[in-house]
Design a protein. Structure first.
Length: 330
């Protein structure tokens, strides 16, 4: 009797263990499903954004081709009109009894005909940017994290109105200028600051939290940038940046400035630089989407991370820019 009860107890316990194992397996499966759904949702969202970006690039190239064609057509039509006018005058000249009088009354006949060679003029119609564009976006997006670097702000370069955290990871505008040593590396007119370490080769990546701000600019700058007087954030002057203005206007500070249409307001921005390839890319970290890329750049000197928290604006833009740790598991 005791032996039977013991076996029953053992079997009952085994049944409970199996049920518990099944429950654990079920919960694990549900978690895996939830995680996979989230991964694929993010992937689909990322692909949709990339598709929208690609369409925008193709449409802009088409518009540029149309503008080029319109200019060429206009110039050709002007030459055709001039040639037709001269043909008419020459026809009249062939029937006049006083050619000298006609030449005197039509001095334009004495000027040379247009000599522009149109045989080599064509409209660039190559719109096949899709595959290379998408490959570039996904290649850098997926590989950038492994090039994460530890960036710390350089107080020697900080504009006097900027306030830094003790760990050198946060910066904001303090409204009033501090009495700081006058150094040639310090920004004197624009509320900017550089990272301590510069890079003259390879790839590097860092992330900056911009949450709560209405104005900011981020990117990289070459070592020889002007730090006094009028500063324009553009590649010709050694700056490769994106910016937020007036709380909603996102811009790529190129030449000319490129307005950016972002579906979501980035809370954290990733900056990736490939020195040899000449590329600076910006990403919305939380949305895992591409913001903008400067391509075809030529770098010949050190590049430094650049941070511009912009003016406090009466407290409206008082939130700091924060250099954030990169999540290596993403």
């Amino acid at each position: 009797m005791a032996e039977v009860e013991q076996k029953m107890h053992t079997h009952f316990r085994k049944v409970q263990e199996i049920k518990h194992s099944v429950d654990l397996s079920k919960r694990e499966a549900e978690r895996e499903i939830s995680d996979s759904v989230q991964v694929f949702t993010d992937l689909v969202r990322s692909i949709e954004r990339s598709q929208a970006e690609l369409i925008e690039v193709i449409e802009e190239k088409q518009k540029a081709a149309e503008r080029q064609a319109e200019g060429i057509i206009k110039e050709l039509e002007q030459e055709i009109t001039e040639l037709q006018r001269r043909s008419t005058e020459l026809e009249q000249l062939s029937h006049t009894e006083d050619p000298l009088h006609l030449l005197q009354s039509s001095p334009s006949l004495c000027t040379p005909l247009p000599t522009k060679d149109w045989s080599e003029i064509s409209v660039h119609s190559d719109l096949c940017v899709g595959t290379n564009y998408l490959i570039t976006i996904f290649k850098h997006r997926n590989s950038s994290i492994k090039y994460a670097v530890d960036v710390t702000l350089d107080p020697d370069t900080a504009h006097p109105s900027l306030v830094l955290s003790e760990d050198g990871k946060q910066v904001r505008d303090g409204d009033t200028e501090q009495d700081l040593p006058d150094k040639p590396v310090r920004f004197s007119t624009c509320p900017c600051i550089l990272g301590k370490e510069g890079f003259s080769s390879g790839r590097f990546y860092y992330e900056v939290t911009v949450k709560g701000k209405t104005d900011w600019a981020l990117g990289v700058a070459r070592e020889s940038i002007t730090r006094n007087g009028l500063i324009t954030l553009r590649p010709e002057d050694g700056y490769w940046t994106v910016a937020l203005r007036d709380g909603s206007k996102y811009l790529a500070c190129n030449s000319p400035t490129v307005p950016l249409s972002l579906r979501e307001k980035p809370q954290k921005v990733g900056v990736f630089v490939d020195y040899e390839e000449g590329q600076v890319s910006f990403y919305d970290v939380e949305a895992r989407s591409h913001i903008y890329s400067f391509t075809g750049c030529t770098f010949t000197e050190k590049l430094y991370p650049l941070f511009c928290p912009c003016l406090n604006d009466g407290g409206e833009n008082s939130a700091p820019l924060i250099i954030s740790p990169v999540n290596q598991t993403e």
